[in-house]
Write a protein that binds this ligand. Structure first.
Ligand code: ASP
Length: 578
């Protein structure tokens, strides 16, 4: 071993011991006849001290150590004169008697400090150096602890971890597949799994009963800050269960993770119908850290001669408590916000409740005090509050109001990352209509079972059929989603029919699953959690990239290894692509 202790280990009680440490040079300071070197490893920093009066040659050598040199030292642990109580090893130092440079290092392109001078792109290019920084390493440690806790909990509940293949046939999860050419089967392609969905269902047919896997999934989608082309799921499936059983087990898992990883209690997990989530929050993953529910003021806003509302299908308001003092400038900013192309509203109407109860709005021309009072009553707005109002068609107005609600939550400081508000959203629609293609898509995936009481509507009124599906939402982020599955061949066939697959297509793509359903498929259901997202929420960060050791950038590139990249002609030819 190159070391007897780590750089985070020694304390005052170790004074007098002769030790050997190894690590990286974090800092090197010369002060008169003394040289101090901070030696860093994964566990911490220990101060090394070199004294000209004791060993001048050794001190000279130490003075020459560059940043990030890898060194090994031996010496005596001694109580420090000027202590640094900010770090656990800050009461001691090592009086070095032996120094060995294990490897020199070039000056790193950015400082390896908690607050670095390196920009995003540079840090990604040298990710192996970025990972030396405390905040980044801590994120990886949190990820590791979370994975360990997941395995503990699920193993304790008799779930078995089973690996499923990566070179497979397309599994529809609503994204594009990444594909891999097959050299041995010229002209044919594997798809990388968007999830192990069909395999975990087959494992239920095999009688494995309770399966899980912490597994990479691949989806070729347009990227956003919280998306990666490859990401990790905690993928789970259970047999002989109903929805309630699945919700209980996985609420239990999240509760366990909160305790183990965050040393916190998971707050109560309310349940919300999809329809209510859409009506009250305009989205299927409401952020419950703050109220500001939508108020439908259509009936009192229409018919007063204001053309925008008169033509609107719906008029929605939110009440921003205490925001009446918003200045003209702030209101203009909000208007600009809703008019951004991403949100796409035409404008924003506001109405404030003054201290004396008078109502002042941007549409005073059309609405008198009595009219506006009806808005205030509907919204429960009181003196000091600000109502923000949007009108238009139902779908767009809900979406726009959701954006505005979240923005107001930010502006009013209501979205503390460490205030955790979980939620189950249940009873999603089974299908989603795609007006362009003139067909139905599965909202979750085609293997999701309809609610039993809606089965008879499948052919007559497909849009009204609800799915036996559920999402786990934390602070406005969907971190888990799953469903009770179809386990009956005929029902699965009906589902494929609804989705517009011909019998042949269904057989070609999913024949293996349909066949398996004829060999004793138990009732089953499951869920998958986005592991990267879960870790980032636990870490109080918005970005999953910070919790992935080697992430891709916004263009789907790994700038460190420079991938994707070209293949040479010979390789292409071999694959039948050249
Ligand atoms: N396979 C689904 C997904 O990746 C999760 C599930 O239904 O278990 O979203």
């Amino acid at each position: 071993m190159h070391r007897s202790h780590t750089c985070g280990e020694l304390r005052l009680t170790d004074a007098g011991k002769h030790v050997t440490l190894a690590g990286w040079v974090a800092r090197n300071r010369k002060m008169g006849g003394l040289v101090f070197v901070d030696l860093r490893d994964r566990y911490g920093i220990t101060q090394l001290s070199f004294n000209e009066a004791v060993n001048a040659a050794l001190m000279e050598e130490a003075a020459k150590l560059g940043r990030e040199f890898v060194v090994k030292v031996s010496g005596l642990v001694r109580e420090r004169e000027s202590k640094n109580l900010q770090i656990p090893t800050g009461e001691i130092e090592i009086i070095v008697d032996k120094l060995e440079v294990l490897n020199a290092a070039k000056t790193p392109p950015f400082t390896i400090e908690d607050e670095t001078d390196g920009g995003d792109e540079l840090r990604m290019q040298y990710r192996y150096l970025d990972l030396r920084r405390n905040p980044v390493r801590r994120n990886m440690e949190l990820r590791h602890r979370t994975a360990q806790a997941v395995r503990n909990y699920l193993s304790g509940q008799h779930f078995m971890e089973v690996e499923t293949p990566v070179l497979i046939k397309s599994t529809p999860e609503g994204a594009r597949d990444f594909v891999v050419p097959s050299r041995l089967n010229g002209g044919q392609w594997y798809a990388l799994p968007q999830s192990p969905q069909t395999f975990k269902q087959l494992l239920m047919v095999s009688g494995f009963d309770r399966y899980f896997q912490i597994v990479k999934c691949f989806r070729d989608e347009d990227l956003r800050a919280d998306r990666q082309p490859e990401f990790t799921q905690i993928d789970c499936e259970m047999s002989f269960v109903e929805r309630e059983d699945v919700l209980q087990i996985f609420e239990g898992m999240v509760k366990y993770l909160f305790r183990e990883v965050l040393q916190r209690e998971l707050p109560e997990v309310p349940r919300m119908q999809y329809d209510d989530a859409m009506r009250l929050y305009g989205c299927d993953k409401p952020d419950l850290r703050f109220d500001m529910q939508f108020c439908d003021i259509t009936s009192v806003a229409k018919g007063k001669g204001f053309p925008v509302f008169d033509q609107a299908e719906t008029v929605l308001a939110i009440n921003a408590k205490g925001a009446a003092p918003y200045t003209r400038k702030q209101l203009d900013e909000l208007t600009e916000f809703v008019k951004r192309p991403q949100t796409g509203a035409k404008g924003l109407i506001w109405c404030r409740v003054e201290a004396d109860g008078t109502l002042r709005s941007s549409v005073d021309k059309f609405f008198n005090q009595e009219d506006l009072q009806q808005w205030a009553t509907a919204c429960g707005a009181e003196a000091g509050d600000l109502m923000l109002v949007l009108g238009g068609d139902l779908h767009a107005t809900r979406r726009q109001m959701n954006d505005l609600r979240l923005e107001m939550g930010n502006r009013l400081g209501l979205r503390d990352p460490f205030n955790f508000k979980p939620l189950w959203v249940v009873d999603f629609p089974l299908l989603e209509h795609d007006p362009e293609a003139g067909r139905w898509h599965a909202m979750h995936h085609p293997f999701t079972s309809p609610l039993p009481q809606d089965l008879d509507k499948m052919e007559s009124d497909p849009g009204a059929v609800r799915a036996n599906a559920y999402d786990f939402v934390l602070n406005g982020v969907e971190i888990g989603g799953g469903s009770i599955r179809i386990h009956d061949r005929n029902l699965q066939q009906r589902m494929f029919n609804l989705l517009g697959f011909t019998q042949e297509e269904a057989q070609y793509r999913f024949g293996f699953l349909l066949d398996a359903f004829e060999y004793g498929a138990p009732p089953h259901g499951g869920i998958a959690f986005g592991f990267d997202r879960l870790c980032s929420l636990f870490g109080g960060s918005e970005s999953i990239r910070d919790f992935i050791a080697f992430p891709k950038n916004n263009a789907g590139r790994d700038v460190m290894i420079d991938a994707p990249s070209n293949l040479d002609a010979a390789q292409l030819k071999e694959l039948g692509l050249g």
